[in-house]
Write a protein that binds this ligand. Sequence first.
Ligand code: UN1
Length: 509
Amino acid sequence: AGEHIEAFPLPHALYGEGRRNSTGADLTCLVQRRPLDEAIAKTHVPPVPEASTAQIELAMGTLHTGFEAWSARPLAERAAIIRKAGDLLDARLAEFCGLLVKEAHKTLGDCVAEVREAVDFCRYYADQAEQRLAEQTLPGPTGESNTLRLHGRGVFVCISPWNFPLAIFAGQVVAALVTGNTVAAKPAEQTPAVAQRMVELLREAGVPEDALILLHGPGETVGAGLVADARTAGVCFTGSTQVARLINRALAQKDGPIVPLIAETGGLNAMLVDSTALPEQVVDAVVQSAFRSAGQRCSALRLLCVHEGIADGVIEMIKGAMAELSVGDPALLATDVGPVIDDEAFTGISRHVERLRREAKLLGETALSAGSAAVPRLVAPIAFELPRISDLRQEIFGPVLHVVRWSGDVDAVVREINALGYGLTFGIQTRIDSRAARLAHQARIGNVYVNRNMIGAVVGVQPFGGEGLSGTGPKAGGPHYLYRFCAEQTVTINTAAAGGNATLLAGGH
Ligand code: UN1
């Protein structure tokens, strides 16, 4: 506490006036500590009402009608509103951090990073919309003009997760809005208040009441109701692979227009370490990637594939680093690993850990300090060794690292990782540059990170998203994202009218 300023080494918030540095990354964010503490102390998380079937019906009607006016607003106006939302959010960092700590139990460092990522999404998508969606003139024969125009599709349903309750929620919603869609947003049940507050902020920035409506409640009822609605023109979903399949099925079965699904789902993310890798660098990357955010990132490292020749040394160092992690109250700056989201998550991860304690080799675990007893749902980071890559079958959304040793053909390791079927993030640690490039190309994985950690994709710098079981693309925070929210129209005009035909006939065709 106190007046002093803490520095968070965060590569976020690259967009906006004067924010880009020459490398495009590694900007340090200076945050005053006292406003954060004050915000946390005074934040209480308000309850939110669940949407009824009648409210869903009413909301979809309103948004369907509202589409006409919102999509008719000039692109520059919509972009200005979204940019303003980014500025408002930037100014309210402390308030949103308070809410994120209290509702999502994220560590302070994660909260600051998340608010700044949400700011980036607003600024980036506003910029991208203006650069990419403007009407284009296409080449054509004499006597004809051709233009290509992108416009919103209608009512977009945005379903977002609890692990980035602000950044992913805001990213989906502003992408859909800036492209001219109206939005029915269904945030995760665990984190409705952050979403509620963000919607209030978007209204303050100028988003009309009939362009964005928040509907709280379970996916099985509210989410399913929105997806099944005949007025739904698109669905943007981040969450589990299993739920993405349910949404796909529901969309396939309903009558009405064929609508796109943008899905960003799970991962079984691996890091491949060869015998030339720098152990200190590997250990730092592993600890960040596997345990930061209590492993509750879809980008998180689950499977470390380390070359037999250096495995013992690397594992020893990872154990040492794990012993130093501080697990506890997310509101304390010293905390590295906070609680997991809810009792269901805690039980699921604990069950997996208990099974591995019986069936696999325990490599190391972080001890919970006596002081952390008062904090519920803490899972101590833990690492196990598995015999084979294929022994990992399921994404465990917590601070559990699985380690496999390999020797022989490095390309075969990548084939095995590809065979897991997910394709979200992949780490490569090697001092052989040509090998890194080759393996990266072989991996059918959306985000590849060489000689660094594999989380914390920066908007516009590492557009984020995978393939296979990890989702449909396009990548969030990337230059192709907005297109998928749009319908395209070409308009061809016979500018020569009747004269055009005469010319053709005269030409003997
Ligand atoms: C998620 O965890 O649902 O790169 C996706 C990262 C984040 C991951 C977000 N952008 O760590």
